[in-house]
Design a protein around this ligand. Structure first.
Ligand code: AMP
Length: 237
């Protein structure tokens, strides 16, 4: 069965018609590895919504909700937001109708405890895959400190590697581009440290289950890496 390829190429009418279980794809990797960049196109290819916990927090911060105010103090320091806040927010989001066939998770889980809580909630009701975007730290600093994000749709661009066609404007929706506060170098260094100590152990956690963890070399152009993503997903089923 090659359900992912079938969906991509339009051989199947819908994901549900070839795969009874919803498909949950976890996008993993350090900040700047390409999760946000590839999430949009992959969401389109698989016809599944893209759920980024970072974007959900930023939306709450913009709207000044109680959750946003609590999360902001952690985010501004490059630290992880406590699990109870993350899990409530995420479980609320994935209970929505558009997630019934599955979804892409970007930025979640960030700890083994989050993964366990999530797996417990899913049970055996969904097919779970984790795509790990692998990049060395040195490459990440340049990628992140040159990153510009869209205020409206969150799509990332890069001053050098993916410059917007019109300066300061998102190529996808025309929204204004800005540098996230936590993309400044000093905060990024803290985020990388947090990634290595708290998130990287997830790789060992997911590799215990056969076929769950898929590795993608994330060095190369956006197109090259995305091609690898699709090949890796197709080969996995
Ligand atoms: P991101 O956009 O994924 O880089 O997330 C930005 C920030 O939001 C992170 O540095 C964390 O402070 C917070 N955050 C996002 N997702 C999570 C999560 N799953 N657990 C804890 N904190 C998170």
């Amino acid at each position: 069965m090659c359900s992912l390829l079938a969906v991509r190429t339009g051989e199947a009418l819908s994901h549900a018609s070839v795969e009874a279980k919803p498909l949950v794809v976890i996008l993993m990797g350090p900040p700047g590895a390409g999760k946000g960049t590839h999430a949009g196109p992959l969401s389109h290819e698989l016809a599944l919504p893209h759920i980024s916990t970072g974007d959900l927090f930023r939306e709450n911060i913009r709207n000044q909700t109680p959750l946003g105010l609590k999360a902001k103090e952690f985010i501004d320091q490059g630290k992880l937001v406590p699990d109870d806040l993350v899990l409530d927010m995420l479980f609320n989001r994935i209970s929505k109708d558009d997630c019934k066939q599955g979804y892409l998770l970007d930025g979640f889980p960030r700890t083994v405890a989050q993964a366990q809580a999530f797996e417990q909630r899913l049970g055996s009701s969904s097919t779970l895959l984790a795509l790990h975007f692998a990049v060395e730290d040195e490459a990440l600093v340049e990628r992140i400190t040159g990153r510009l994000s869209c205020k409206q749709c969150s799509r990332p661009h890069h001053l050098k590697f993916d410059p917007p066609k019109a300066p300061g404007q998102c190529d996808s929706c025309g929204g204004p581009l800005y540098q996230r506060d936590d993309d400044r170098e000093e905060v990024l260094r803290k985020r990388l440290e947090v990634y290595h100590t708290q998130t990287e152990p997830l790789i060992a956690h997911f590799s215990k289950k056969e076929g769950l963890l898929l590795e993608v070399d994330s060095i190369g152009s956006k197109e090259e890496v995305f091609h690898r993503v699709l090949e890796t997903l197709d080969a996995s089923h």
